[in-house]
Ligand binder design. Structure first.
Ligand SMILES: NC(=O)c1ccc[n+]([C@@H]2O[C@H](COP(=O)([O-])OP(=O)(O)OC[C@H]3O[C@@H](n4cnc5c(N)ncnc54)[C@H](O)[C@@H]3O)[C@@H](O)[C@H]2O)c1
Ligand SMILES: NC(=O)c1ccc[n+]([C@@H]2O[C@H](COP(=O)([O-])OP(=O)(O)OC[C@H]3O[C@@H](n4cnc5c(N)ncnc54)[C@H](O)[C@@H]3O)[C@@H](O)[C@H]2O)c1
Lengths: 205, 205
């Protein structure tokens, strides 16, 4: 069973490789692959070993081939349809974030429960009433949901998503959610990034 | 040297402990402490061992005392002043996110370079011109900066921040930044969360 920390590093390697390929580089060592993110070459090799035999001893990895294979492993060699619930400030920022579609994640539907927002359009995408979630998830083959509503509404939105057939929920609301079996969840809490800083900064004092 | 992954887990334990304390619970086992985030008790004990002797064999940890000590280690037993640059959608969502101030991180200044935004106010905080960054960082004793501008402006903003005396930069722009020694940086890329999902979802097919 591959640890989640290894899968996250695979995403970092895949981005690195995409950049190298764009620069026309053909070969890369395990040390260079981990360099930008300060990941030791031993860790890089250990992570790749979970998934097979890559590269040749002494000559490193083929940038093109390794990138291709990692994208396949990560499932980013294809597109995924995503539903966003919560058309507020965070929702708007996520909707326009080019980083998602760059990796194949297309926000194909946006939902809200405020009459002031339903039926408005963001770059051609009509904001729909949350009542239309179920129907739209089926019609648009949506497998991933993003929860960008206040804490008070987050659990109900996650329940609706999983019931509608969404398989994975990314939650931004400051609330622990419970999801049924068959539905994955991940929580984002950006304060943790700042706590990493305060850990180091308070040691400097 | 404590690995960053261990420090992130410390943040998770600290949140868990704050919740338990609010519920009036007095003792907690290493297993319960790691439970919600699926962290094995062996990992919990290993993480805590970096920082000292906590708890008693057989009776677990004191919720109050361990919470107090972890907050001290993480530096969240005090407040930190934060500058936000980029008063757009993401900036607005970060500014109003209660999760930051809850952990002691106060966004005390917001900057932008668009005349349409400078001098507008967000809940009593006047959006200032980026030209005032240096002066404000000194006046308001700001040690952390958040970069929420488009990729094209991110490096310049990070340079300004470090030059002004900010010690740690949290970057949301999709661009690798270079910061001088004495300035820390971390990058947030929410697409990585979705790639974790697509890794598991594509295995299900
Ligand atoms: N995880 C983080 O680090 C982080 C950072 C910023 C914001 N947040 C969180 O993200 C959430 C959104 O923040 P924001 O600043 O965009 O808030 P916002 O108030 O601007 O937007 C919330 C939107 O959700 C809609 N909504 C509320 N309940 C709903 C429901 N039950 N169904 C459908 N739509 C509903 C509202 O009408 C509104 O449009 C909040 O929970 C906030 O705490 C988290
Ligand atoms: N990391 C992630 O997962 C993630 C998610 C969403 C958005 N983003 C990124 O966050 C950034 C902001 O996104 P947004 O949707 O809020 O964009 P936005 O266009 O709504 O806001 C950007 C703001 O920055 C200001 N600005 C631009 N250049 C500046 C400069 N040099 N100095 C000061 N201010 C400047 C603009 O005037 C504007 O107000 C973008 O880089 C976007 O790609 C990242």
């Amino acid at each position: 069973k591959v640890p989640l920390t290894a899968i996250r590093r695979l995403s970092i390697y895949a981005r690195m490789l995409a950049g190298l390929e764009a620069d026309g580089k053909q070969q890369v060592s395990s040390r260079d692959l981990g360099e930008t993110a300060s990941i030791p070459s031993t860790q890089v090799r250990k992570d790749l070993a979970y998934f097979g035999q890559f590269g040749k001893r002494g000559s490193g990895y083929s940038v093109k081939e390794l990138g291709f294979r990692l994208r396949k492993i990560l499932g980013i060699d294809r597109a995924w349809n995503v539903a966003l619930v919560g058309a507020g400030n965070l929702g708007r920022a996520l909707f326009s974030y080019p980083g998602f579609s760059k990796q194949g994640f297309r926000i194909v539907a946006v939902f809200d429960n405020s009459p002031g927002k339903v039926n408005k359009s963001w770059k051609g995408t009509r904001i729909q009433s949350i009542k239309e979630l179920s129907k739209t998830v089926r019609e648009k083959n949506i497998s991933i949901g993003i929860v960008a509503v206040p804490a008070s509404g987050a659990q109900e939105v996650a329940d609706e998503m999983c019931k509608a057939g969404i398989k994975a929920v990314l939650n931004f609301a400051p609330k622990r959610l419970k999801v049924p079996t068959g539905c994955m969840q991940a929580n984002v809490d950006l304060a943790i990034e700042l706590e990493n800083f305060s850990y180091y900064l308070s040691k400097l004092r």
